[in-house]
Design a protein around this ligand. Structure first.
Ligand SMILES: NC(=O)c1ccc[n+]([C@@H]2O[C@H](COP(=O)([O-])OP(=O)(O)OC[C@H]3O[C@@H](n4cnc5c(N)ncnc54)[C@H](OP(=O)(O)O)[C@@H]3O)[C@@H](O)[C@H]2O)c1
Length: 210
């Protein structure tokens, strides 16, 4: 099994690489500052995706995890949401995931693989408590992208909430550890199948309302 995970230099992405490696799988991590064997990929730079496709030319990919993401409006008020902050979030959380998927499609088709998108429960329209407009709407766009790709691709696509996780993004006061999040996510990715494509699920298996 060969797995590719974006945003793998820290947080959930790094822990996913470790978890798959510990299971004896080939785990390819990517990062915008490549080091420690990570492949270079800044998902906001469209010119970098051809090199990713080339590097995967002889790889049969079993799983792609689009994990790279930013929460650029965390702590900002409505008066402090400049267009550049919207643009960066959408370039990372939405376009970045789409371009990653497209670059990996040949390898995923060869490997009869699956796609996991790390969105957030904050993407849910049914649960819209207000605030965090940029993060919520960009993760909702990622959810929508995943739901539609699930119809169009022969490749199973799952959309996931990792929990509120103790990372740089989640903060030290978050609900669960990175290991708890990753144990759950790996189990969810294992379960993903053509029958469940399009699912929007939490790390613990709970279905999240759209
Ligand atoms: N933590 C939570 O509670 C929580 C909850 C719901 C959803 N999520 C989602 O889970 C995913 C991982 O979050 P995390 O908690 O591990 O966050 P994190 O600790 O902030 O890590 C984010 C990762 O994304 C990478 N990244 C950001 N922009 C990138 C770009 N342009 N190109 C490539 N990589 C980029 C970062 O790389 P750099 O080091 O270069 O910045 C880092 O490796 C994100 O999609 C996040 O939205 C997290």
């Amino acid at each position: 099994m060969t797995v590719l995970i974006t945003g793998a230099n820290r947080g959930i992405g790094a822990a996913l690489v470790s978890a798959y490696a510990a299971r004896g799988e080939t785990a390819i991590g990517t990062a915008r500052k490549s080091a420690n064997g990570l492949w270079p990929l800044d998902v906001t730079r469209p010119e970098e995706f051809a090199a990713l496709t080339d590097r995967l030319a002889t790889t049969d990919l079993s799983l792609l995890v689009c994990n790279a993401g930013i929460y650029s409006d965390k702590g900002r008020t409505i008066d402090d949401l400049e267009p550049e902050i919207w643009a960066e979030a959408y370039a990372t959380n939405v376009t970045g995931a789409f371009l990653t998927i497209r670059a990996c499609l040949p390898a995923l088709r060869r490997g009869k693989g699956k796609i996991a998108l790390i969105s957030s429960a904050m993407a849910s329209d049914a649960r819209a408590p207000g605030g965090a407009y940029i993060y919520r709407s960009s993760k909702a766009a990622l959810l929508n992208l995943g739901r539609n790709l699930a119809k169009d691709l022969e490749i199973p696509v799952g959309i996931y909430h990792p929990g509120w996780v103790q990372t740089d993004m989640g903060g030290a006061g978050a609900d669960i550890t990175v290991d708890q999040a990753v144990d759950g996510l790996v189990a969810r990715f294992d379960e993903l199948s053509p029958q469940t494509t399009g699912i929007f699920q939490s790390y613990d298996g709970t279905t999240i309302p759209f």
